[in-house]
Design a protein around this ligand. Structure first.
Ligand code: ASP
Length: 439
């Protein structure tokens, strides 16, 4: 068994968090590769080291002294080293680096030092070998990760029996320069490490006990999702739930490696397990068969009506028009003599009147209506396929709550049922559905 454990910024924010990380790592000998972010916030108005480093770079660029910021970064590292009684001479290493800083220092190199020094401290504390990401995570000339080269280097670094810490968030370009990923990129580094060594599990340790079934700003205390497939996760993310970035999922998803989101502050919680496929799952009568509920506001419905219309031809023409205006269509509903297209209001923008004029010209309909202010609410769940009557219950629940449904769509793979409601009913619809299926 081999696990890659990635710890986010809040998990390595200070010495107490380092202690929790060590307990977690020591509790399971399979956790042989640890990937770490830069120390994050210890309390809500604290600063992430990465933010401070970006700020340093801005000061350097404008020729303003960044000594104070450097001093506060340094003292964070010294504080961790002292509290944990480590030997690493962080003052010496940090001061030597700071002395080299100039207006020409690359921003990527400077901000990568958050992960670099945090990981050096963590490696000593865990008794693991430090492997610099500059030596095992490689970008190509196109700025994309060179996966074959990266995988080979990480495999070589791990060897047969090593236990290693790799800093997240950065790697090296073919020119030898350091390049950072997008913010939150340590998730990507962890996924690359897991894919490189064909890990059994990629654990992503953070400060929440997994992905929640609904947005906690809308539903009080939503339950965490215990198991979810990558396909369901994609639907949830598409429908607006904030989950991991696609880039941090694809390396493990491609290899069918399970991704487990865990809470460093509550290591006993199982978190959310994201799997390629959940085989042989039996759905018990009274069990929750919904995985999650998500939604997005501000869509527009364009309804086109024409008696005896050649629906396929008119639909094709209308879709081509929307395509010309670079407007993706989220849903299509068809009637005998009508169809409705749902697109994001922002994507339509001011072009909406030109779109209508072009459809008038091409289709010559009896009537076109536009309705703005629509929200789409998706109920997502792989188990719904096996449950007759789900949509009936869903519509009944919304109807009983007095929520008018404007459009209905079922995802082609039957993973989701999506209803369009008025923006004013958005939150109520999510609460009603959560209460009906998950509460
Ligand atoms: N430290 C970087 C950031 O804050 C990367 C990461 O934490 O994953 O964005």
């Amino acid at each position: 068994m081999l696990k890659v454990a990635k710890f986010g910024g809040s998990s390595v924010a200070g010495p107490e968090q380092f202690q929790k990380v060590r307990h977690i790592v020591e509790a399971d000998p399979a956790r042989r590769i640890v990937v770490a972010s830069a120390a994050g916030k210890r309390f809500s108005d604290d600063h992430k080291l990465t933010d401070l480093l970006y700020l340093c770079h801005a000061h350097l660029t404008y020729g303003v002294s960044c000594d104070d910021i450097l001093a506060s970064i340094r003292s964070r590292f010294v504080g961790i080293r002292d509290a944990l009684e480590l030997r690493f001479d962080i003052e010496d290493a940090f001061d030597a680096y700071a002395a080299r800083l100039s207006r020409d220092t690359s921003v990527d190199e400077l901000v990568s030092r958050g992960e670099y020094f945090t990981s050096l401290l963590l490696a000593e504390y865990l008794g693991y070998r430090f492997v610099d990401a500059a030596d095992c995570v490689f970008f190509g000339y196109d700025g994309q990760i060179d996966r074959p080269k990266t995988y080979e280097a990480i495999r070589a670094a791990l060897g047969d029996s090593a236990r290693i810490v790799i800093p997240g968030f950065y790697g090296r370009l073919p020119t030898g320069k350091i390049k950072v990923m997008t913010r939150g990129g340590s998730d990507i580094s962890g996924a690359l490490a897991a894919a490189a060594v064909d890990a059994d599990v990629y654990e992503n340790w953070t400060d929440v006990s997994g992905i929640l079934m609904a947005d906690p700003r809308i539903v009080d205390n939503p339950a965490p999702i215990d198991k979810i497939t990558y396909a369901e996760l994609q639907e949830l993310a598409f429908m607006g739930a904030s989950v991991l970035h696609e880039d941090s999922i694809s390396p493990v998803k491609e290899k069918g490696i399970a991704l487990n989101i865990r809470n460093t502050n509550r290591p006993g919680d199982p978190g959310t397990m994201i799997l390629g496929d959940v085989a042989d799952e039996r759905v018990e009568e009274d069990e929750r068969f919904i995985t999650g509920i998500a939604g997005r506001r501000n869509f527009t419905i364009l309804t086109v009506k024409k008696r005896n219309m050649n629906t396929s031809a008119s639909l094709r023409q209308s879709l081509e028009i929307l395509d010309r205006y670079h407007t993706p269509v989220e849903h299509i509903t068809l009637g005998l003599d009508s169809f409705a297209l749902v697109s994001s209001t922002a994507a339509l923008g001011d072009g909406v009147y030109d779109v209508i004029a072009d459809i008038q010209k091409a289709v010559r309909p009896d009537d076109i209506q536009i309705q703005e202010g629509i929200s789409l609410v998706a109920t997502i769940g792989r188990k719904m396929i096996a449950q007759p009557g789900t949509s009936g219950r869903l519509f009944h629940a919304l109807g009983k709550a007095g929520i008018n449904i404007r459009t209905i769509a079922q995802g082609a793979d039957e993973l989701s049922i999506i209803v369009g409601v008025e923006n004013k009913d958005f939150e109520a619809a999510i609460r009603v559905l959560y209460g009906r299926f998950a509460g």
